[in-house]
Design a protein. Sequence first.
Lengths: 290, 585
Amino acid sequence: MNTLLAPNDYKSPLKPIWCPGCGDYGVVQALYRALSAVGRPPHEIAFISGIGCSSRIPGYTTAYGFNTVHGRALPIAQGVKLARPELLVIVAGGDGDGFSIGGGHVPHAIRRNVDLTYLVMDNQVYGLTKGQLSPTSPRGLKTVTSPMGSLEQPINPLLTVLAYGAGFVAQATPADMPGMTALIEEAIRYPGFSFVNIQSPCITFGEEEQQLKAHKARMKPLASLGHDPANQLAALDLARAYGTELYTGVFFRNPSPPPTYDVLVRERQVELQRGEPRPRSRVLDNFPRS
Amino acid sequence: MIEDLVVGLAGSGGDGVVSAGESLLAAASAQGFHALMTKSFGSQIRGGESSCRVRLSTRKVLNPGGVLDVAVALNWEDFRRFGAELPVGPETVLIHEAKAGPPPADFAPADRMPREVIGVPLAELAKASAGTDRAKMTVVLGALAGWFGLPRDGLDRGLQKKFAQKGEGLLEANRKALARGVAFAVEHPLISPRTLTLPIRASPKMICDGNEMCASAAIFSGCEFFGGYPITPSTEVMQILARELPRYGGVVLQAEDEISGVGAAVGASFAGKKSMTATSGPGMSLKTEVLGLASLAELPLVLLDVQRGGPSTGIPTKPEQSDLFAAAFSAHGDVLRPVLAPTSVEDTFRVTVEAFNLAERYQTPVMILSDQEIAQRKETVDPIDVSRFELVERIRPTPEQLAAGYQRFSATPSGVSPISHPGMEGGNYLAAGIEHDVRGAPTASGAVHAAMNEKRFRKLAPLQERADLFEIQGAANAPLVLVSWGSSAGVAREAFALARARRLPVKLLVPTLLYPVAEPVFRTFFAGVQAGLVLELSHQGQLYRLLRMFVDVPRGVTSFARSGAQPFRVDEVVQRLAQAAETLR
């Protein structure tokens, strides 16, 4: 463990605007600890988010942050990572940001396997706009936009991300701070696209059974079930319980991670740049002349 | 003797019309002619109608030309689909595949019906000489060489290049077809013979199209990242960069959609790299939100919009100049982003370099408005002396600034604040689409928002003084004006020269910078003006209306605009100018 950088070195002077009791306070604390454990200095970290309560999180760290537009954190983060692969790039957002407006980007970030860590703070509700239905809201949930109860089947983030082929998939809750810290650290260290679904309660609009107290009672560490994280089929099976069971821990970790897209891109660049240097000022020589 | 020849060819997809046009272009270029070729297709991917027009001249070719000197129809149906794009007149030599029969009675109005119509048994001659009717376009080239005095060695070199890899047999067969075409022309001389004046000497030229030129200029400018999504007619830019950019250490990402393409480019710019995206109208609509983010976060970005007919899918394969409003205004909030337009393939180099420079200097997205004609037409281009181009890099914070409480959005007199990027120690800040203070901290303060808006507009104020981004020709006190932009400017330049030769008191303005409207430049230009035209290819006349938002355009200056895929002709512009001149006091 790196002793040079303490968790507080990742904490910015900005005071979070989250509601008192919001699960995201726990997430940012766990993140400070995980980053300190990984030990990369803040200026080598790019922290990209979308829009939503949880997307405020980059501003509460000392890393380079980019609080972008709704649903587009993943594409922007891929641009950052491909432009500067030496950076540690973390992406964060809520369930609406990642699985509703930005849902179209998730499969592509995963299939490219850009080395990003994607933290979704999943609270099954739109908090910033004050309590509307989210893509992970359970069927039947009554909200201001579903006053008689939702008729929609929620999306299952764990199952979809596993099905898209992510190499690292985990679930955490602020009800287990050491567990969440360890999972975020492991996700960051995983070489490739990693995903942590964080069940982060919305204290203001969330359901009773989604609060920390209920989490403490409901959560079941996957390790205690004897789950082998290298077993992708078992992971898929367990992920089906999203919405009924609160499993925590690593669902799937690819035991032999394939090369990441950013590494492959760099290798190809190096290969193409072998031999005669090609000054950009000679680019017009490429055209046929007569 | 003639100095200028416009040839239009049309046929079905498999006829090799475009390939023949390219051979003609290459041969003309090898001979020292200036030349330009435009292509036009139906929307089918294979088959369907296809056409091209080639203009060659001993002088610089400014536009694809108007009424055809020579029209080549492989069949009547396909030729007529191109209507206004391949206009004929009494002087046009109309050559057609003999077996298609004579032109239908309604081929052209009586006053525009070509006087000289020659049926050539193209397929038959090809088969007899080359052994295959697939060489029929080579017969056409031979006939053109015979009738108009195009030197055969240039055409032969073109054949060699084209068929060298396909085997000696094919090359020899096409040589025979070429000779047969020449012989046919000799056997059937024109009633009114015309022979091209040859250029005095051949100087080396490049042959390329606007998309190729844009991609090359991006590489020259130091672009290190491109994110995009395939869309006609801009896709070639991504294709070329996908091949070339990695050789220079850059990255190209074909994203999953238009939004992702511009998003990745903005991410790369945040990471400190010169970056770019390209699209056409529909993609422009989708990219709007992320463009606003780049404006607010003050990140450099170049966006190429190759305009096509719109709105919605419109006419994807044909040019229009109807995205100017979208380029200038498609954003929520108060946004100012520079919009530049090239007027030719050659000009695309200068404009693209300028776009990167403005983006980096002022930390803003910059739009390049090209259009399908410029993007996909091939031109002979004189060698470009790249050493005369200055390249601009964004201003980075000094070590002292980084050590002493760096402020990303510091209030500077210019409005431009030094910009750090991830990896730079001490430069850490929060970039955001949310309004922020000088340090980047989010704020909902109206006072800070107003000050930041003022800063983001102030930094672009120097553009008002960039007279070098405007081409002005003619006497400063001329009371008659012609204003045009983009591909239409090529027609305007020729019309201007002709109008002046006819002693019309006219001056010409071609802006490279369309937005922000450089008010001082236009005020000076319009001072004392009584009449004139703003020439552009859109239904609304978007530049005309944009100018009227910011400048007192004299009442007698009117919009001459029409929808895309109906290019302007020099003669009609001169006629309109002459009419406008009659109103002069």
